[in-house]
Design a protein around this ligand. Structure first.
Ligand code: AMP
Ligand code: MG
Length: 486
């Protein structure tokens, strides 16, 4: 068997999902197979690239051992409650155990109608498929927990949005696709037994250290609060804006999911919003920690019936667990920012040092990624990155404070440099390049998509030949809005 399935979600009762095969497409053609991920999953990349593999990716052939389903969930979208969402354009083929011993979902996205499609067509245009592939893999290479992209095909079929577009199918891999919204669904229909089963399932899968917890629901809540605090801290430190932090887009595993209208910032702007549908800026960069906290409050609410017999103590427990979020976030955030500044110890005034740097970036409209990268290279003098970005005069006093702060540590310049370039990437999936890659792919040319993919798989090594991929957009190249184009 080319894929060794070991399916656990289908062991849950039938009210958790609907059995549903992917709907075949007319003329699938391979775009890309992720060889290193295939290797981790124990799947032969050459087989995935074969006719049979391409048909599996496209949903035209259900591989042996798969047990395809569409799962049910609900969620708060932009703060509004939606009692029933579910996989409307995705099919979970099943799970495989990777070489790292971890269990991974293999899901097709853009694979046709399911009972949860509502008014949608179950399909994905090529653009969103490519964006998700590029950005999720870039996130993985940056070391940020995320769903992954195993492969993508064009479908040979048109998809109709504002315009007629080529369609595609993505093979998404995640440690699971169980969302806050999955628990919300069972809570909202009063299915306490379902909630309990799901809590057990998630602990067994993602939080094995809690398998003997006295209060499983509380243990789960605490762990998810921890992981989400750590995750959003990593987003902030990378300048990543998710764009649709709805509760159905937050995984209990703590991985990033749903790369719709997401983007990395170019110039630092704490209020940055790119999503064309986020009119009020609910999911702006600076709001992400507070929104994660809000989403976790929704999670806590769903778990209240399981936490304790009486509601008052259950609510108190939930509030205690939630109350940990701000400090956990700040701790993880400042750990990440200190590392970006090349500091290995915690100093009293570090928060001010960080904030003052960010304020300078903002008032000078400096490129977030290159500013940190250049900072790391200052200690070794001239660099290639200097040609792309250097600090304006107004940074001089801050740079002096930073040097003085560095001098309090035992790290030498060379060591600091190597630490800093290992956490401050030279390459991020710049929005204008992602858009270019998508536009070229629609015109039949996938070269930029492949080139970006390869470069972003090694984001910390500056490659002068690819300097154009590290360069911020010219004013006329800045992408003002990103459409989720579902
Ligand atoms: P998302 O915006 O990807 O988080 O999706 C929100 C909900 O809408 C999920 O239930 C999706 O399955 C559903 N959905 C999004 N796009 C489509 C589509 N083209 N066809 C069917 N369902 C969709
Ligand atoms: Mg979603």
């Amino acid at each position: 068997m080319p894929m060794q399935f070991d399916n656990s979600f289908v062991q849950l009762p039938e009210r958790f999902y609907v059995r549903q095969s992917p709907v075949p497409v007319s003329n699938p053609e391979l775009i890309r197979v992720n060889h290193s991920l295939a290797d981790l999953l124990g799947i032969d990349a050459a087989w995935l690239e074969s006719d049979e593999g391409v048909n599996v990716i496209a949903g035209n052939k259900v591989p042996e051992g798969a047990d395809p389903i569409a799962t049910v969930y609900a969620g708060h979208q932009f703060g509004g409650w939606n009692p029933r969402l579910g996989d409307g354009r995705a099919i979970l083929l099943g799970e495989v155990i990777g070489k790292d011993g971890e269990r991974y979902d293999i899901q097709l996205k853009g694979s046709g109608l399911t009972p949860f499609s509502r008014s949608g067509d179950g399909r994905a245009p090529l653009g969103p498929v490519l964006r998700e592939y590029l950005v999720s893999e870039a996130m993985a290479a940056l070391g940020i927990p995320t769903s992954r992209s195993l492969a993508a095909v064009t479908s040979g079929e048109a998809v109709y949005r504002e315009q007629k577009l080529a369609g595609g199918v993505l093979v998404r891999v995640a440690k699971s696709h169980i969302r806050i919204g999955t628990l919300q669904y069972f809570a909202s229909v009063g299915d306490i037994e379902g909630l309990k089963l799901l809590v057990e399932h998630v602990i067994a899968r993602h939080y094995t250290s809690e398998s003997n917890a006295e209060n499983p629901a509380l243990a789960l809540l605490r762990q998810v609060v921890h992981r989400q605090a750590a995750l959003v801290a990593r987003w902030q430190a990378a300048g990543f804006i998710h764009g649709v932090m709805n509760t159905d887009n937050m995984l209990l595993s703590g991985e990033t999911i749903d790369f719709g209208p997401c983007a990395f910032m170019d110039a630092y702007d704490s209020a940055a919003v790119y999503s064309s549908i986020d009119h009020g800026g609910r999911y702006a960069y600076r709001n992400q920690p507070a929104i994660a906290h809000w989403n976790l409050a929704c999670l806590a609410q769903t778990l209240v019936p399981l936490l304790a017999d009486d509601e008052d103590s259950a609510t108190a427990m939930a509030q205690d667990a939630l109350g940990e979020f701000p400090d956990l976030f700040l701790e993880a955030y400042f750990d990440a920012l200190r590392a970006k500044l090349g500091l290995t110890t915690a100093g009293e005034d570090d928060a001010t040092l960080v904030q003052d740097f960010l304020d300078l970036l903002e008032s000078n409209r400096c490129d977030f990624t290159l500013a940190f990268r250049r900072l790391g290279e200052l200690t070794v003098g001239a660099s290639e990155v200097e040609k792309l970005f250097d600090f304006p005069e107004s940074f001089a006093p801050w740079l002096q404070r930073w040097r003085a702060r560095c001098a309090q540590e035992s790290l030498g310049d060379a060591q600091r440099h190597s630490c800093m370039i290992s956490v401050n990437p030279a390459f991020i999936p710049r929005n204008h390049l992602v858009e270019d890659a998508i536009a070229q792919a629609y015109a039949g040319d996938f070269a930029l998509f492949h080139r970006l993919n390869e470069r972003l798989s090694n984001p910390f090594a500056f490659e002068p030949a690819d300097a154009v991929l590290a360069t911020p957009p010219r004013p006329d190249q800045v992408v003002q809005q990103t459409f989720c184009g579902t």
